[in-house]
Design a protein around this ligand. Structure first.
Ligand code: ACO
Length: 402
């Protein structure tokens, strides 16, 4: 705690906390994390129980409204989401303005930001009904937008949503179906996708969620706020870690190369870090990583992939790192991204789609947090302060005298 008045004679007592390592910026009743125990609860329910017994759309309902739905509420919610899966036809032209080789995250930032130009009737944040419609639109349309970004990058035609399918199957259908061929969604892949979505649905005040809240605190419309969240998620220290992690595992290649990777990760003069390792809050196992590891085994087994070199490298890397003094001392454990890439690759996704899938899954968390903030009558614009370390006051000099 620094008395800022002593520094430049104004204001109040300020805290200086770069990276917000010990500052709560809001109160929230949505997600609870105990980083020391490795515990994650959505609205009080443990993530392990939800991953085993629930499904993604039910988790969406839970995060948005605070309670698990009864049968009627679930049916109604599913119908409302399904009703909104298509995107405005004009948006197809918007996609076509991008280069084909754009990263799908780049396309998504632009297209989601542009939603506020297409859906004017759900941008008034003071109207609770418009906020509700915006939330449903976002949850319903993000899979369509991510799949369109993917199809566009492949040079293939867009695939419209098939609303007879459930949420994860519909997403897989839009990504993998091609004209002139029948595509039947593999139920194993659909279940695995559903689980990945549940595990990524919310994670309290991480960088992208805080970005959404900060953008929203100015009264910006919800589509603009979610676009800001997507932009933040893209970074390799956050959601981009799932792509970076699989690329790292591939680069390591074989178990013989692991000791060298561990050596590099410990060397402070080398920027190399073990991607998928470490977390700001978890100083124990990330509970999502445990479920993800089991899922990786299950999915590869069910798909008949028994000799996956990347999975072998991942498991051995985890084993060696967890016995290494450096990682033990710094409490660095695998995080959610360590195993997710292996599952997504087995499903047929290229690495460039890993972070868009994270964005699709996290949309419900972002929008739930945004709704919670807007409904709070004590909410203020987010406005961090700074410690100024620049020049003291000085007079302007004419260019001839510089
Ligand atoms: N490999 C090697 N060393 C590491 C790693 C790693 N993955 N992560 C942290 N460290 C070291 C740091 O060098 C630092 O060492 P020092 O104390 O000697 O300086 C110490 O552990 C603490 O690390 P910080 O970066 O200060 O911790 P912070 O909480 O700021 O960062 C983060 C957390 C960004 C997740 C970090 O662990 C990291 O970069 N991990 C790799 C990227 C990753 O997997 N990100 C996904 C996070 S989960 C998510 O967003 C869904």
């Amino acid at each position: 705690v620094i008395d800022i008045r002593k520094l430049y004679g104004q204001g109040d007592v300020f805290t200086y906390d770069p990276g917000f390592t010990s500052t709560a910026a809001c109160d929230s009743a949505i997600t609870y994390i105990d980083g020391d125990k490795g515990e994650l609860l959505y609205r009080g329910y443990p993530i392990e129980q939800l991953a085993e017994k629930s499904h993604f759309l039910e988790v969406c309902y839970l995060l948005l409204y605070g309670e698990l739905p009864d049968e009627g509420q679930m049916k109604d919610f599913e119908a409302r989401v399904t009703n909104h899966t298509m995107v405005h036809e004009q948006m197809h032209y918007f996609f076509r303005g991008f280069r084909r080789d754009s990263h799908p995250m780049a396309t998504m930032v632009g297209v989601v930001g542009a939603m506020s130009a297409f859906y004017h009737d759900s941008t008034d944040i003071n109207d609770p009904w418009q906020r509700e419609v915006a939330a449903i639109r976002m949850i319903a349309k993000l899979p369509t937008i991510a799949a369109m970004a993917y199809k566009y990058s492949l040079g293939q035609p867009f695939v419209y949503p098939k609303n007879a399918l459930d949420y994860p199957s519909n997403f897989l259908h839009m990504c993998f179906a091609v004209p002139c061929e029948d595509y039947v969604v593999n139920p194993i892949l659909s279940k695995a996708m559903d689980r990945i979505m549940m595990l990524h649905a919310d994670h309290e005040q991480n960088a992208s969620t805080s970005t959404v809240r900060l953008a929203g605190s100015s009264g910006a419309n919800p589509f603009a706020c979610i676009a800001a969240g997507i932009a933040c998620l893209w970074g390799p220290a956050h959601g981009g870690a799932n792509q970076a992690c699989l690329e790292m595992l591939r680069e390591i290649g074989t178990v013989e190369n692991i000791p060298d990777a561990i050596r590099r990760a410990k060397d402070k003069s080398d920027p190399f870090r073990l991607m998928g390792f470490g977390h700001r809050v978890y100083k124990n196992f990330d509970p999502r990583a445990k479920v993800m590891k089991e899922s990786a085994d299950e999915v590869l087994d069910l798909l008949g992939i028994h000799d996956n070199e990347t999975l072998k490298v991942a498991k051995e890397l985890e084993r060696i790192a967890l016995e290494d003094e450096y990682f033990v001392e710094k409490k660095l454990y695998p995080n959610v991204d360590f195993y997710s890439g292996i599952i997504l690759e087995a499903m047929g996704f290229p690495t460039s789609m890993f972070t868009p899938i994270f964005a699709v899954s996290r949309t419900v968390g972002w929008i739930s947090q945004w709704k919670e903030m807007i409904a709070d009558p004590t909410q203020k614009i987010g406005r961090p302060r700074q410690l100024y370390i620049g020049q003291t006051r000085r007079d302007y000099t004419d260019v001839a005298k510089r």
